[in-house]
Design a protein around this ligand. Sequence first.
Ligand code: FEO
Ligand code: CA
Ligand code: CA
Ligand code: CA
Length: 658
Amino acid sequence: MTQLTERRSLLPLLAAHPGGRSAATCRYRCGDACSQPVPNTSDNAYFGDVVTAAVQRRSLLQAGAAATGAVALAWGTARPAAAGPGRGRPGIAGFSPIPPTPADVDELVVPEGYKWAPVISWGDPIDPGAPAFDVDRQSVEAQRRQAGYNADYLTLRRGGARGNAANRGLIAFNNEYTNPESMFPDWSGSPTPEQAMIEMAAHGMTIVEVSRRNPFSPWRYDVAGRRNRRIHAHTPFAVDGPAAGSALLRTAADPRGRTVLGTLNNCAGGDTPWGTILSGEENFNQYFDADGADDPDGALARYGITSGGRGWEQADDRFRVADHPNEVHRFGWIVEVDPDDPRSTPVKHTALGRFKHEGATIRLADDGRAVAYMGDDERFDYIYKFVSRERYRKGDKRHNMRLLSEGDLYVARFTGDGFEDGEFDGSGEWLPLLVDGRSHVPGMSVEEVCVHTRLAADLVGPTKMDRPEDVQPNPHTGQVYVALTNNTRRTPGQTDEANPRANNKFGHVIQWTEAGDDAAALTFRWRIVLIAGNPDDPSTYFSGYDRSQVSPISCPDNVAFDGHPDHLWIATDGAPGTIGTCDGMFLMPTAGPEKGKVQQFLSVPTGAECCGPVVSWDERSVLVSVQHPGEGGVPSGYPYLGDPVPRPGVAHVYRGKR
Ligand code: FEO
Ligand code: CA
Ligand code: CA
Ligand code: CA
C-alpha cells in the first residue's frame, strides 16, 4: 500500500469539482462537463416561468431558496434527522440498514448477516490462454482478453447451454471509461500511443459465464465460458436504422457508413424481453479532439466536443475531428448485443437518436410494440422515448432483434400543475421528433434528426431536466422512474415543478404513469417521489416518509427493481462530494407503510461509484459494479487481493446459509 500511496500522492487531479465529482471523474468520464459551458443554449421555455410562475416564486424561491440555493419547503410530517439513522432496524425487506459510511473508508460495507466476494475485476483473464492480471505487464493483446475497466451497467442472465438455470448463467457489464492515472505505474499525464491503445481495449463491455454451487454461495466466473467475450474500441459494429449509410456517417475508412469500430463510454443499459442487452454510449465527446474543426451548425458545441481530448488522436487518427469530421457522429448511440452468440456483430441503432445516452430500458406496449425509455445525461438535457414500428413476437429472436431498427422517436415535456396541492406533479407529453418515417422537426431531415438529435429536440420545446440518468419501468406496475442525478447550474429563476430545486446538488427521482398505463401513450402523469440529500436538509422529500428515519442519499444514478413490486433500488454516484459519504445502494419502497423509507443496503469503497445493481431479493443476492475505487482521493485496494492498484469490477453480496 505504501507504493500505491506514493504513486497516488503525485496525482494532479485531487481537487473537488462542482457537482460533487472528483476532478479525475470529471476529466475521464464526462470530459470535464461540469467545468464546461452548458451545451444546451436553446431558449425553449422553462415551465417554472410559464406555467407555475406565481406559485413557484411564492412557495419556493421566497421561502429561502434564493438565499440558500435550495428549495426550502416545510413538508408536513417531516422532522429533521439527528446524526443520521444509525444502524437501523430491519424494515419490510428484512435487512438492517447500514449507517452512512464516511467518504474516506476503503471498504465494501454490507448489512449485518451478509457477505461479499469479488466476481470479476479489471484485468482478470476471460479465456484460458489470456495472461493473469499484472499491472507491470499490460498490453493491448492482453487487455482485449481480460475484463475491461470501470464496470457500470450490469446484468445477470440465468441458464445456458449446460442447464441448471438457478446456478448457472452469464453476467455482462459495461466498461465505461478508464482511469489511466490508476492503470499505469508510469503514467505521465498524457498517454503514450501504447497506453492509449490499452485504454481503448479496456473500454466497451465484458461478458462472462458464471456459476455457483448453490443459492447460498457466491457467483464465480468461468474463465473458459463458451459465451465469454470482450467488446472494445476496435470491435466492429453494424449501423442500422434511418441514418445507416447516410452521408453524415461515412468516413474514409468506412465509405458506406455502415460499420463502426468500437463502442465508447458505455454507461447504463437494459435487458430486452428477447434476450439481448442494450448499452448507452454516454460521454463519447471526450475522446475526440476538435482542434481546428469547423462547426457550422453548432453540432460540435451542442454535444460538448471541444479541443483537447484524452490524447487518443496520437494513437488513432480517427479521433481528430478536423481530419475525420464524421467519426464523431458514429458514437452516442444505443448499442444492442446478443450475449448468447459471441460471434455476433453488435448493432448501433440510429432510430433511437444520438445523444449522451445513459442507457435504454424496454417495456412492451399494449399492442406489443417495444418502447425504449432513454435519458440524455447532461445538465438541462432531455428524456426520450422510442416506440417500435413492428410488434414483439414471443420466441422469435431474429424478428425481435430488428424492433429497434424502425419506429417513432419522442422527447418529453413535463408540465407542473402548481404547488397548491402540496406535490411536485403534473402532466406530460411526448413530443414527436420522428413518426411514421417522417421528420416532425422543421428544417431537419430524418437522418439529421437521428444524428443531431439534441439540435432537433431543442426545436420542439421539451423540458430541460437535471441530468437524466437511468429511466426504468417497474416491471410489476408499469410505472416509470427516472433518476435525475444533480444540476448545480440551475438557478432559482430556472426551476420548474419537475426540477424544483435550484443548485440541485443532490438530485431527485420522478415517477410517471403513461396514459391508460400503455407504454406507447403520448401523454402521462408524473410526480416527484424523492428529493435526495441529507435528511436534515428541509428541501429533501422522501414520498412523505418521516425524514428522521431514512438514510442520507445523494445523486441517484441507477435505478432497479427486483421480484417485489414495491422495491425500488437506487445506486448513487456523487455522495462523497455532496454529503461526505461513500456512494452506495439503497432500497426505497414505492408503496405500503414504508413508502419513501430510504434504507442504505451497502456502500462502495472510497472514490467509487455504485452501479448496475442486479437484485434477486428472493435469494437475498445482489450483484453490484464497483466503479473507479480510489478515484481522485484516498487510495483504494479494492478488491483487496494484494494488487498495487485498485481494480474496478463486479462484486456479489449474498446472505449465505443461515
Ligand atoms: Fe455514466 Fe450518466 O453516468
Ligand atoms: Ca403539484
Ligand atoms: Ca450512470
Ligand atoms: Ca454514473
